[in-house]
Ligand binder design. Structure first.
Ligand code: ZN
Length: 290
């Protein structure tokens, strides 16, 4: 399975920069969900962001999810990442064809919609999950997440995400996530902001370049220390055992009612498009105490 590499560096001990070359993740999502081009770009950006947000995970049990409810034709977009270096995602209406901007590029913001919310939930094994909900700014994903960080986590940051397509497959994809530490001197912040503003379409930057090369290209003038490198894969954690538990939690009576009506009980996983089918014998065996 092709993996995506994510690297993290610290600039002058005051700013962290994380970058990922995410084409393998986006390509897997396109194949699994048969995404239209605009769906591929929207979900691809969100998956890239989910990976970048997991850069501070310390335990394999850490996890996060982000849901974008933009009210646009694509419907809701949900992505998730965990501490095992795995991401997954889904888009409600994967086949929606987008409209184009005057420059010929696909109008992602219009397909996602911007009259809605972004909700992030982080589970770091503490007593309480944390996260929050903020309004969407543009539906273009990167700005929406930057606004979430500024508003909900009081964390000034810069985010840039890009997905480039070639026909129906992912040509290149990646993202850069810059987080400012409280001790950051204003002149350094200004210099880094200037660089972030000048970054154009991110997918070009990652075309044939690794995440480390992209960081060096943009931030090479600073005192850069690379502190972490990890592999990220698209993987759904669903399993027969987990689905068995869902069936059991329905209760025998409810299961019989569904079987009587439909013949089988089908559970569909929206993250990997797999359907688990239970007939009456399968259900019976789950409720038989061995
Ligand atoms: Zn699944």
């Amino acid at each position: 399975m092709k993996k995506s590499t994510m690297v993290k560096a610290i600039i002058n001990n005051a700013i962290t920069v994380t970058a990922i070359e995410s084409s393998a993740l986006v390509q897997k999502a396109i194949k699994l969900h048969k995404l239209s081009p605009v769906a591929a770009i929207a979900l691809g950006r969100a998956l890239t962001m989910a990976a970048l947000m997991s850069d501070d995970f310390k335990h394999t049990s850490d996890k996060l999810s982000a849901t974008i409810k933009g009210g646009g034709p694509l419907g809701d977009i949900t992505v998730a990442a965990n501490g095992k270096g795995q991401v997954k995602g889904m888009v409600e209406h994967a086949v929606v064809q987008g409209t184009t901007n005057p420059d010929g590029t696909l109008n992602v913001g219009a397909a996602v919609g911007k009259n809605g919310t972004l909700t992030v939930i982080r589970d770091l094994g503490l007593k309480q999950n944390y996260g929050g909900t903020t309004r969407l700014i543009s539906g273009e994903i990167a700005q929406d997440f930057a606004y979430y960080y500024a508003e909900s986590e009081q964390q000034p940051c810069g985010i840039t995400l890009g997905v480039g397509l070639d026909n129906k497959s992912c040509k290149s994809a990646g993202g850069v996530f810059v987080q400012v530490m409280p001790n950051c001197p204003p002149d350094l912040l200004w210099r880094v902001e200037t660089i972030m503003y000048a970054m154009d379409e991110m997918s070009y930057q990652f075309d044939g370049s690794t995440a480390k090369e992209v960081i060096n290209r943009f931030f090479g003038e600073f005192d850069l220390v690379f502190v972490d490198e990890k592999q990220i894969t698209y993987k759904c954690g669903c399993s027969k055992r987990r689905m068995d538990n869902i069936i059991k939690s329905l209760g025998q009576e409810e299961c019989q009612a569904i079987l009587a009506e439909q013949g089988t009980i089908d559970i569909h996983c929206h993250f990997c498009n797999k359907t688990y089918t239970y007939n009456s014998e399968d259900v019976q065996s789950l409720f038989t105490v061995s």
